[in-house]
Design a protein around this ligand. Structure first.
Ligand code: FES
Length: 57
């Protein structure tokens, strides 16, 4: 499901992360910078990393 929300605080979806990766993001910090996902409560960091691993493999 591409439009599922990964980061509730910043309303960042799977697709947003995918787009960030397409634009060159490779690490959790890159994703934070590009989308602001994970910058509030941080509870989604593991999920972001998981999506990232999936997209980068
Ligand atoms: S759910 Fe992502 S920072 Fe809170």
């Amino acid at each position: 499901m591409e439009d599922r929300i990964i980061c509730e605080c910043m309303n960042v979806s799977y697709e947003d992360i995918k787009n960030a990766v397409k634009e060159g993001a490779k690490t959790l910090d890159d994703i934070k910078e590009a989308t602001e996902a994970g910058t509030i409560c941080g509870i989604c960091e593991d999920d972001i990393q998981e999506v990232l691993d999936e997209l980068l493999k």
